[in-house]
Ligand binder design. Structure first.
Ligand code: SF4
Length: 123
Protein backbone atom coordinates (compact mmCIF):
# COMPACT_ATOMS: atom_id res chain seq x y z
CA UNK A 1 0.00 0.00 0.00
CA UNK A 2 1.09 3.59 -0.62
CA UNK A 3 2.03 5.97 2.13
CA UNK A 4 -1.03 8.21 1.85
CA UNK A 5 -1.93 10.39 4.81
CA UNK A 6 -5.69 10.83 5.07
CA UNK A 7 -5.75 12.50 8.46
CA UNK A 8 -8.37 15.07 9.40
CA UNK A 9 -5.61 17.55 10.33
CA UNK A 10 -4.15 17.36 6.81
CA UNK A 11 -7.54 17.89 5.24
CA UNK A 12 -8.27 20.96 7.43
CA UNK A 13 -4.82 22.42 6.70
CA UNK A 14 -5.35 22.09 2.96
CA UNK A 15 -8.81 23.67 3.18
CA UNK A 16 -7.47 26.54 5.31
CA UNK A 17 -4.58 27.18 2.91
CA UNK A 18 -6.88 27.21 -0.09
CA UNK A 19 -9.32 29.55 1.63
CA UNK A 20 -6.51 31.95 2.57
CA UNK A 21 -5.23 32.00 -1.00
CA UNK A 22 -8.72 32.63 -2.35
CA UNK A 23 -9.52 35.44 0.12
CA UNK A 24 -6.11 37.05 -0.38
CA UNK A 25 -6.56 37.01 -4.14
CA UNK A 26 -10.04 38.51 -3.90
CA UNK A 27 -8.82 41.29 -1.60
CA UNK A 28 -5.95 42.06 -3.96
CA UNK A 29 -8.24 42.24 -6.99
CA UNK A 30 -10.80 44.32 -5.10
CA UNK A 31 -8.26 46.88 -3.87
CA UNK A 32 -6.72 47.21 -7.32
CA UNK A 33 -10.10 47.86 -8.91
CA UNK A 34 -11.06 50.54 -6.36
CA UNK A 35 -7.82 52.45 -6.76
CA UNK A 36 -8.10 52.55 -10.53
CA UNK A 37 -11.71 53.63 -10.33
CA UNK A 38 -11.05 56.38 -7.75
CA UNK A 39 -8.16 57.67 -9.83
CA UNK A 40 -10.28 57.89 -12.95
CA UNK A 41 -13.09 59.69 -11.10
CA UNK A 42 -10.81 62.25 -9.46
CA UNK A 43 -9.00 62.93 -12.75
CA UNK A 44 -12.34 63.42 -14.47
CA UNK A 45 -13.52 65.71 -11.66
CA UNK A 46 -10.31 67.80 -11.79
CA UNK A 47 -10.62 68.14 -15.57
CA UNK A 48 -14.27 69.13 -15.20
CA UNK A 49 -13.41 71.74 -12.56
CA UNK A 50 -10.71 73.26 -14.77
CA UNK A 51 -13.15 73.60 -17.64
CA UNK A 52 -16.00 74.83 -15.46
CA UNK A 53 -14.67 76.48 -12.27
CA UNK A 54 -18.11 77.72 -11.20
CA UNK A 55 -19.14 74.09 -10.84
CA UNK A 56 -16.20 73.25 -8.53
CA UNK A 57 -17.63 72.36 -5.11
CA UNK A 58 -14.57 70.47 -3.84
CA UNK A 59 -13.90 72.99 -1.04
CA UNK A 60 -17.57 73.44 -0.15
CA UNK A 61 -18.97 71.58 2.85
CA UNK A 62 -21.83 69.11 2.63
CA UNK A 63 -24.13 71.44 4.60
CA UNK A 64 -23.54 74.32 2.20
CA UNK A 65 -24.21 72.06 -0.79
CA UNK A 66 -27.50 70.97 0.80
CA UNK A 67 -28.37 74.62 1.45
CA UNK A 68 -27.94 75.54 -2.22
CA UNK A 69 -29.96 72.49 -3.23
CA UNK A 70 -32.77 73.33 -0.81
CA UNK A 71 -32.97 76.82 -2.33
CA UNK A 72 -33.34 75.28 -5.77
CA UNK A 73 -30.16 76.83 -7.10
CA UNK A 74 -29.56 76.15 -10.80
CA UNK A 75 -26.62 77.29 -12.88
CA UNK A 76 -28.85 78.63 -15.66
CA UNK A 77 -31.91 80.67 -14.78
CA UNK A 78 -35.19 79.66 -16.41
CA UNK A 79 -36.83 82.93 -15.37
CA UNK A 80 -36.41 85.67 -17.95
CA UNK A 81 -34.64 88.78 -16.59
CA UNK A 82 -34.05 87.14 -13.18
CA UNK A 83 -30.62 85.71 -12.53
CA UNK A 84 -27.92 85.82 -9.87
CA UNK A 85 -26.24 88.63 -11.80
CA UNK A 86 -29.12 90.99 -11.07
CA UNK A 87 -30.04 89.63 -7.63
CA UNK A 88 -29.57 91.77 -4.54
CA UNK A 89 -27.93 88.82 -2.75
CA UNK A 90 -25.29 88.19 -5.42
CA UNK A 91 -21.62 88.72 -4.57
CA UNK A 92 -19.85 89.76 -7.80
CA UNK A 93 -16.76 87.85 -8.90
CA UNK A 94 -13.42 89.28 -7.79
CA UNK A 95 -11.21 90.58 -10.62
CA UNK A 96 -9.03 87.42 -10.63
CA UNK A 97 -11.99 85.00 -10.38
CA UNK A 98 -14.54 83.81 -12.91
CA UNK A 99 -17.37 83.04 -10.46
CA UNK A 100 -19.35 85.12 -8.06
CA UNK A 101 -20.98 84.06 -4.84
CA UNK A 102 -24.18 84.33 -2.87
CA UNK A 103 -24.86 85.75 0.57
CA UNK A 104 -27.06 82.75 1.42
CA UNK A 105 -24.53 79.94 0.92
CA UNK A 106 -20.82 79.33 0.30
CA UNK A 107 -19.27 78.29 -2.96
CA UNK A 108 -19.09 79.55 -6.53
CA UNK A 109 -22.20 80.87 -8.24
CA UNK A 110 -22.87 81.41 -11.94
CA UNK A 111 -23.85 84.93 -12.89
CA UNK A 112 -26.57 83.24 -15.02
CA UNK A 113 -27.77 81.14 -12.05
CA UNK A 114 -30.98 81.40 -10.09
CA UNK A 115 -32.73 80.20 -6.93
CA UNK A 116 -36.05 80.68 -5.17
CA UNK A 117 -34.62 83.50 -3.02
CA UNK A 118 -33.94 85.81 -5.95
CA UNK A 119 -34.45 89.40 -4.80
CA UNK A 120 -34.67 92.50 -6.94
CA UNK A 121 -31.97 95.11 -6.50
CA UNK A 122 -33.46 98.25 -5.01
CA UNK A 123 -31.86 101.65 -5.51
S1 SF4 B 1 -30.17 84.43 -3.74
FE1 SF4 B 1 -30.41 82.94 -5.38
S2 SF4 B 1 -30.66 84.18 -7.20
FE2 SF4 B 1 -29.78 85.52 -5.62
S3 SF4 B 1 -27.56 85.36 -5.91
FE3 SF4 B 1 -28.12 83.84 -4.40
S4 SF4 B 1 -28.40 81.98 -5.61
FE4 SF4 B 1 -28.48 83.67 -7.04
Amino acid sequence: MGNKNYSRRNFINKCFSSACLFIGGMLLLNCRGKNESAGDESETQIQSNLEDPCNDLTDVGEGEIKKRQSLGYVKQSAVPDNSCGNCALYIPAKPDKKCGGCILFKGPVYVEGHCIQWAAVTA
